[in-house]
Each structure stands twice: as structure tokens, then as C-alpha cells.
Ligand binder design. Structure first.
Ligand SMILES: Cc1ncc(COP(=O)(O)O)c(C=O)c1O
Length: 445
């Protein structure tokens, strides 16, 4: 049986009517990857308000590694709803918070005592990681990377690289945030080639500390192990170890932003494990609670304890229902089968995507790790001029045919895959067939 079943054109009449109401009632700022209003979802399937069944390669931007409305997550969250929906950890603490902290302390890399705190969103967790790093080191500066994304609140937005549309009109930004090129080999800032470059982008940081900010003033380097919104850029495997070496040499903390890469997306629980790197602080969110809002900062116990009592927190951080859902997610991940599934998805996607790269000059680069694969579309392979309009056209043709995808990249020219890891092989191939058809039709225009 085919997964995709369309009863109307997409978007259908009900979605279009809702969009008109949305335009009147909601500001234009909150964007949409598709104009399709969803009514319900399970696994990797979405049902829209017109009764169309669509396949989901976006997972609400990578939040549904265990699938939509996973039975285990729904059961755990529903049971918790009837017991305690909110206590506020700062008023009357509850065991669920402590238990999940213990479980995360056990699965985050690092053979040392760890502590974990909970927040609501990725941005909030990144902000708290920076607060902890500043309190622990007494240093003000933070180094982030070009094409990095860390969220939309003021400090997180200051760390975020992409100007349009994220930062447009929102300055002034937080001070003492510096930015250096990432190991984006397809568009190397130094116009070098890997491996002969010998990771010049890491060595250049020593120069950076001479020209822009003194190393002794830098509290932390915040890094995504694989760029998410920046276009699923996978750095060479030595990048993170070299960064770890450099930060340790200067007493700078390494904060791994695993908001998009964590919870099995790359075929390991954490993407830093591919490089064998142990960060000082690790930030998680998105897929942590199977679709409920929750985020975490886990790190060395002595660093996590640097801010004073009352220095960290928030009314809803570590909501009991989200915590219960997150425990169900950890249970689902514990036997390793979802990690193996991520690897398998990655193999299938990469094999087909490599074929498209050979067939369509539009596909300039194909890259990924585990189930985090992307296509970077270009006007032609030699100039590598980003093909932004073509990328939008591919995404549009996909949803019109029943496949939800999302784009990424500083130039908006990357199609990324964030399907639930529970997707079946038949569903996966069906979705890839739609994507292939969309690429073929746009490539031939
Ligand atoms: C790597 C990374 N960090 C932080 C964030 C911000 O997370 P949130 O949207 O939950 O604030 C995102 C969101 O896409 C992300 O991909």
C-alpha cells in the first residue's frame, strides 16, 4: 500500500481557508515550509485538514526521531498529565527531573561527574550553556561559527550566523560574540582543499586570537558537530578533535550544540561520538521528548555548579509531562535499534542521492552523517552558484506530490532530510521517489 494518498490538490481547500485566517490573525514573521495545515500524525505519516495523507521528511524540524505520536511517548505523557502537569522545579521539586538528569548524565560522553538542567527550547539551553561557561571561567567572550545556527532569542541569535531573515532588523546584538569559518569544505572560506588544507580553519583560530579576541578572554567555543540550519555540513572527522585540543590548550570550554544532531539522528546518540570528542557542556533539545518541548544542558559537575543558587532556571523548565515523554524516548533508544535504523536510512538516502548528483548538474553536493543527509543545489557544478529558487521549487513540487521536506543553508539552497527514524523502507523509497521526480522536473526546466 502506498503511504501517500491525496484526495485533493495540496494545499487543499481547507488548508487554503485556514491560511487566509492565519494571515489575518498571525503576524507574517513565523514562517511555514509548506502551506499545508496538519490535523494528525503517526509515525512518518501526516494527515492534513483536507484528508490527504502525506509522508514526512521533516519531523517538525528534527523533533520526531522516534516518530509522531509514538505509542510509548503518548502513554508516558498521558499518564503524567493526570498526575502532575506543573509544579515548577523551583517551588516544589519532583523526582522526574532528577531521574532524567541522572539518565542524561549517564549517556552524555565524559568519564567524569556530570550534572544536567532542563529548559524549554534549544535557544534557551544554548543561552544557559553560555551563562554557565561565563560563570565558570570568569571570561566574557564566546566564539561561534559562520553558517552556525543556535536559536532566535537575543544571545542565541547573536551566536547565529545567517543574517536574512533571522537577524534582519533585530540589532543591537549581544556583545562579545565572535565568529570564525566552519569546516565547510564545499565552500571553503580559505579556498583550500581537504585533506591537503590540513584543517587550516582550525589553525586559523590561533591567528584569530591575535587579531580579534584574546584567547584568555574566551569562555567557550560553541559548535554544532554537523551544521543543521547551515545546510547539514559535515566537517572532516579531525575537525572536532583539533578544536577540542585547541580549546583545552587555552582553557576555553567546548560547548557541543547537539540540538539537531542529538538523540540518534546521526546514527549515534550524539554526533560528537563519531569524532570521539568529549565536550565540557552538551546542549540537547528537539527530539529529546518525542515532540514535546524540552531542552537540556549537561556538563562537568563543577562547571554546572558555577552559577550561584537561583542563577539558573525558569518557570516551565523541566515540565513533568515533557520529562516523562523524554524518559520514554530514552527507553526507546536504549537497545540501539533506532541508531542502527538511522545508519540504514543514511545508506539508502546517500546511495540514491549520489545517483542524483551524477544525473542532475543541479545537485552540486551530497553529504550527511547517519540519517542527516542533504543535497546542496547549484546553478552549475563548476560555479557552485547557489540555486535558491530551484531549491524552493523542488520543495514545492514535493509537498504538492505529498512529501513534506524542508530546506536549509545560508543561501537557502539545501534540501535536508529529517524523517522520523521509525520510517519503513517502503515509505522511505516512496518519499525518495517523490524527491527524485521533483529534482528531475526542476532540473529540466
Ligand atoms: C543546532 C541548533 N541549535 C539551536 C536551535 C534552536 O532551537 P529552538 O528552535 O528549540 O530554540 C536549533 C533549531 O533549529 C538548532 O538547530
Amino acid at each position: 500500500m502506498r503511504a501517500i494518498a491525496l484526495r485533493t490538490e495540496v494545499p487543499g481547500p481547507r488548508s487554503r481557508a485556514l491560511m487566509a485566517r492565519r494571515e489575518a490573525a498571525v503576524p507574517r514573521g513565523p514562517f511555514h515550509a509548506t502551506p499545508v495545515f496538519v490535523a494528525e500524525a503517526h509515525g512518518a505519516l501526516l494527515t492534513d485538514v483536507d484528508g490527504n495523507r502525506l509522508l514526512d521528511f521533516a519531523g517538525g524540524i528534527g523533533c520526531l526521531n522516534v516518530g509522531h505520536t509514538s505509542d510509548e511517548v503518548v502513554r508516558a505523557a498521558s499518564a503524567q498529565l493526570g498526575r502532575l502537569t506543573h509544579g515548577c522545579f523551583h517551588v516544589t521539586p519532583y523526582e522526574g527531573y532528577v531521574r532524567l538528569a541522572e539518565r542524561l548524565n549517564a549517556v552524555v560522553p565524559g568519564d567524569f561527574p556530570k550534572k544536567t538542567m532542563f529548559l524549554n527550547s534549544g535557544a534557551e539551553a544554548v543561552e544557559n550553556a553560555v551563562k554557565i561557561a561565563r560563570a565558570a571561567t570568569g571570561r566574557p567572550a564566546v566564539l561561534a561559527f559562520e553558517d552556525g545556527f543556535h536559536g532566535r532569542t537575543l544571545l542565541a541569535l547573536s551566536l547565529t550566523s545567517k543574517v536574512h531573515p533571522y537577524k534582519e532588523g533585530f540589532g543591537p546584538f549581544a556583545p562579545e560574540v565572535y565568529r570564525a569559518p566552519y569546516a565547510y569544505c564545499y565552500r571553503c572560506a580559505y579556498r583550500l582543499q581537504y585533506p591537503s588544507c590540513d584543517l587550516a580553519c582550525v589553525d586559523a583560530l590561533e591567528e584569530f586570537f591575535k587579531r580579534y579576541v584574546e584567547a584568555r578572554q574566551v569562555a567557550a567555543v560553541v559548535v554544532e558537530p554537523v551544521l543543521g540550519e547551515g545546510g547539514f555540513v559535515v566537517p572532516p572527522v579531525e575537525f572536532l578533535p583539533r578544536l577540542r585540543e585547541l580549546t583545552a590548550r587555552h582553557g576555553i570550554l567546548l560547548i557541543a550544540d547537539e540540538v539537531q544532531t542529538g538523540f540518534g539522528r546521526t546514527g549515534k546518540m550524539w554526533a560528537v561520538e563519531h569524532a570521539g570528542v568529549v565536550p565540557d557542556l552538551l546542549v540537547a533539545a528537539k527530539s529529546i521528548a518525542g515532540g514535546l518541548p524540552l531542552s537540556s544542558v549537561t556538563g562537568r559537575a563543577e562547571l554546572m555548579d558555577a552559577p550561584g543558587v537561583g542563577g539558573l532556571g525558569g518557570t516551565f523548565g523541566g515540565n513533568p509531562v515533557s520529562l516523562a515523554a523524554a524518559e520514554a524516548v530514552l527507553d526507546l533508544m536504549s537497545d540501539g535499534s533506532l541508531l542502527a535504523r538511522a545508519e540504514r536510512i543514511g545508506r539508502v538516502v546517500s546511495e540514491r542521492a549520489e545517483g542524483w548528483r551524477k544525473r542532475f548538474p543541479l545537485v552540486g553536493d551530497v553529504r550527511g552523517l547517519g540519517a542527516m543527509w542533504a543535497l546542496e543545489l547549484v546553478k552549475d557544478p563548476s560555479s557552485r552558484v547557489p540555486a535558491k529558487e530551484e531549491t524552493a521549487a523542488v520543495a514545492r513540487r514535493c509537498y504538492e506530490s505529498g512529501l513534506v521536506t524542508i530546506t536549509a543553508g545560508t543561501w537557502g539552497n539545501v534540501i535536508r532530510t529529517l524523517m522520523p527514524l521509525t520510517i519503513g523502507d517502503d515509505e522511505l523509497h516512496e518519499g525518495l521517489d517523490v524527491l527524485e521526480g521533483a529534482l528531475a522536473s526542476v532540473a529540466q526546466r
